[in-house]
Design a binder for this molecule. Sequence first.
Ligand SMILES: N[C@@H](CCC(=O)N[C@@H](CS)C(=O)NCC(=O)O)C(=O)O
Length: 227
Amino acid sequence: MITLWELKGKDGRRYSMFSWRTKMALKHKGLDYESVPVLMSDKATIAFSGGKTVPIIRDGDKVVRDSWAIAEYLEDRYPERPTLFGGAIGRGMAQAFNTWVDRTLLALLMPVIVADLYERVDPGDDAYFRRQFEGFLKSTLEEARARRDELAKRLDRQLDAWQAVLKRQNFVSGAAPAYGDYILFSLFQWARIASPHEIIAGGSPLALWRERMLDLYDGFARDVPTA
Ligand SMILES: N[C@@H](CCC(=O)N[C@@H](CS)C(=O)NCC(=O)O)C(=O)O
């Protein structure tokens, strides 16, 4: 059985965005795992990994950290199970997409939901979280909340391209879901768990795709504590 370290939020919420990529990848490969929730500020518990972030997995005596490295590890270690990338070109495209999402889309989404997320982190992480995210934001959480409408509109303009993609095909990866879908989905799952505000227009191609993603693996990602 694989062990996964991920973040622990208030009332059973598992809000680590990058860990959702790993959890969906594990489901895709049909691999069981046991979750170990940790506080964001608790670096001692995850020091064995050599890093300061989750997700981390342990599979036998192999420890892997970083969601992208984990996806590559799972693909290479379990090649006989459903593929995450669909070959070398797909792996290259997924890596390109991963980098773009993390540097562009994530930076637009984070300020929209971060003040709501702050209310749902474990109280033991309050001070750490505020310091960390106010550093990313270069403003206070309260200032980000006050600008929410304007920031949400800016995000929506960037999501337009994804509305067009998902009008033409059912999944980011084409006819069936694969790792590219889990990359994009992790952002919307993060938003669902963090914030009571809807960020996708109801009935839109993106909203319908998210429903398809939430239905996967017997509603694995749907049936979790959300905002
Ligand atoms: N590139 C890393 C980023 C991981 C990351 O930033 N994880 C967040 C949680 S979603 C974290 O552990 N943050 C702890 C911290 O910043 O102290 C990956 O893809 O796994």
